[in-house]
Design a protein around this ligand. Structure first.
Ligand SMILES: O=Nc1c(NC[C@H](O)[C@H](O)[C@H](O)CO)[nH]c(=O)[nH]c1=O
Length: 165
């Protein structure tokens, strides 16, 4: 048996896992669905509601700094987080703004894990159209619609339980 394959459907004891969600406020309809999907999955996997804290930032560009400070301030208040889920939705406009924010925020969130020593789940949708964003939040008319927030919630529990402090 190749080690690790058996972990695909492993259940985790998430009763003590503390999750921070930091979401941007652009594209509210999609954001709200993604956040709700993540929270519902966290609760379904055993995370206690009192162990889920949420904060917001203006837009995706503020996610790296907002997530870092949220984790640091939470720790300074005597609590601690086991994992953070930054959530943002970028939709391409008619300028290069989308490309620059998508690339810089992605790299910043990846690097943030080393700074705060916590798993950072990649909750940034980078969509070329509004329909793509709606589909990835489980909204819209597409057959293949699926709420990616659920995947982020599941990833958060796994990373916190397996690789947390
Ligand atoms: O432009 N499009 C978007 C956007 N721009 C704002 C940016 O993130 C930042 O908040 C401001 O530039 C101020 O710093 N923020 C998003 O989350 N999604 C978008 O689709």
């Amino acid at each position: 048996m190749i080690k690790g394959l058996g972990e695909v459907d492993q259940t985790y004891d998430a009763s003590s896992v503390k999750v921070g969600i930091v979401h941007a406020r652009w594209n509210k309809t999609v954001i709200d669905a993604l956040v709700q999907g993540a929270i519902e999955k966290l609760l379904a996997m055993g995370v206690k509601e009192k162990n889920i804290t949420v904060s917001t930032v203006p837009g995706a560009f503020e996610l790296p700094f907002g997530t870092q400070r949220f984790a640091e301030l939470t720790k300074a208040s005597g609590k601690h987080l086991d994992v953070v889920i930054p959530i943002g939705v970028l939709i391409k406009g008619d300028s290069m703004h989308f490309e620059y924010i998508s690339d810089s925020v992605t790299h910043a969130l990846m690097n943030l894990q080393k700074k705060i020593r916590l798993p950072v789940i990649f909750g940034l949708l980078t969509c070329l159209t509004e329909e793509q964003a709606l589909t990835r939040a489980g909204l819209g008319e597409s057959e293949g619609k699926h709420n990616h927030g659920e995947d982020w919630g599941a990833a958060a529990v796994e990373m916190a339980v397996k690789f947390g402090p």
